[in-house]
Design a protein around this ligand. Structure first.
Ligand code: ADP
Ligand code: MG
Length: 383
């Protein structure tokens, strides 16, 4: 077992115009379960494959423990990788598949058998050791792929979207199993997914990547409560945070504020001083907006009301009322400004008395849970 360190790591593929991963600095503690998350193409697999020794590092260094492995061949890095397509050998039994790497490493048949049986016990595969992969369910095959990694007792597990081929229900079950298993084994794990819910439920910490850049690495709680950038704010959380752009107004005596409909959100002096322009992006999670008296806050026309029992989600859009015209909604993934009459606005309300679809609901934010970002740089303003 070991820690992992990326120090100023860059990967630019031959012929590519720009790096796929740029100047990555990331420390992963011994035994930690770290998730790399971000949209497709943001550089997750490249980051993982550099650690595995499958892609060339074009700048910086990677360490496993104290050892600089930047130029060490993959087979000498003492890592085990689990991919999306489990790539089991169809003609081998489960036991042979699991023990194959040990056979190549010339481990004795007795030792091999012992390790395979131990792993099978942990993974609940004991009764399937003599079967061929085609006689297994998707979830069982996935566990065999895990078993292949476990038997090697590596320093680090590397997993690249290992659950993508499973159906939704099995994915939820298996993600809990994987997280608890790697913790029980105490093996440092780097896990890649594009699914932020998977990231939040599995990771000790989660590293959010965008366009090859590390946006933030933090505990799931901290990512949720204090997203460092507008992108992280919009990416983490389900349903997603509502984002708007609005001008900062400097009132007489009362200091700078941002107007959310009729509600003025005050900016602290530190926030005001760190602004690079005159506009902010305001983020409010669906649970941090509450129904307010008519004429207070923002008017939302409810398009769909999703009743979940304990609570309900109102999916709507800003009603075309002048009071609300100071804010422009922002798309969560692209950061682009959108037409207020079309942009989806989400509010969580009490389940017993939800508004009806087609009606207008006035909502006001919980001021202590409003997130503010510099609209020009996307960076969080100091709290
Ligand atoms: P992710 O796993 O987050 O979807 P990848 O790490 O696979 O992202 O890819 C990051 C970027 O690098 C993408 O723009 C992708 O097109 C590019 N890329 C990935 N592999 C190669 C390659 N072998 N050669 C050139 N470009 C690549
Ligand atoms: Mg990938």
């Amino acid at each position: 077992m070991s820690s992992v360190r990326y120090a100023n790591v860059t990967c630019q593929y031959p012929g590519a115009e720009r790096p796929s991963v740029t100047d990555l600095n990331l420390d992963i503690a011994d035994g930690e379960f770290l998730v790399l998350v971000g949209p497709s193409g943001c550089g997750k697999s490249t980051t993982l494959r550099m650690l595995a020794g499958l892609e060339e590092v074009t700048g910086g260094n990677i360490y496993i423990g104290d050892r600089d492995v930047t130029d060490v061949p993959s087979r000498d890095r003492d890592i085990a990788m689990v991919f999306q397509n489990y790539a089991l050998y169809p003609h081998m039994t489960v036991a042979e598949n699991m023990g194959f790497a040990l056979k190549i490493a010339k481990i004795s048949p007795e030792e091999r058998r012992r390790r395979v049986e131990d792993a099978a016990k942990i993974l609940d595969l004991t009764d399937y050791l003599d079967r061929k992969p085609k006689a297994l369910s998707g979830g069982q095959r996935q566990r065999v792929a895990m078993g292949r990694a476990i038997v090697r007792s590596p320093q680090v597990f590397l997993m690249d979207e290992p659950l993508s081929n499973l159906d939704a229900k099995l994915r939820v079950q298996t993600r809990t199993q994987i997280a608890s298993l790697t913790r029980r084994l105490g093996v440092t794990t780097v896990y890649v997914t594009h699914d932020q819910v998977e990231a939040m439920t599995m990771g000790d910490r989660v590293a959010v990547l965008k366009d090859g850049l590390l946006m933030q690495v933090d505990t799931p709680r901290a990512l949720y409560d204090r997203p460092a950038t507008e992108f992280v704010a919009g990416f983490i959380g389900s349903p997603a945070m509502n984002l708007f752009r609005a001008p900062v107004t400097t009132g007489v005596g009362s200091g700078a504020t941002v107007q959310l409909g009729t509600v003025a959100v005050p900016l602290t002096r530190a926030q005001q001083e760190s602004l690079t322009g005159d506009r902010v992006t305001v983020g409010i999670r669906p649970e941090d907006m509450h129904p307010a008296a008519e004429g207070t806050g923002l008017p939302i026309e409810a398009d769909v009301v999703e009743e979940l029992g304990a609570d309900a989600f109102v999916y709507g859009h800003l009603a075309p009322v002048t009071a609300a015209n100071t804010v422009v909604p922002v798309d969560n993934t692209t950061g682009a400004e959108e037409d207020p009459t079309v942009h989806e606005f989400i509010v969580r309300v009490e389940g017993r008395t939800p508004p009806r679809a087609g009606t207008t609901v006035w909502v006001a934010p919980d001021l202590e849970h409003v997130h503010l970002f510099d609209a020009a740089t996307g960076r969080r303003l100091p709290d």
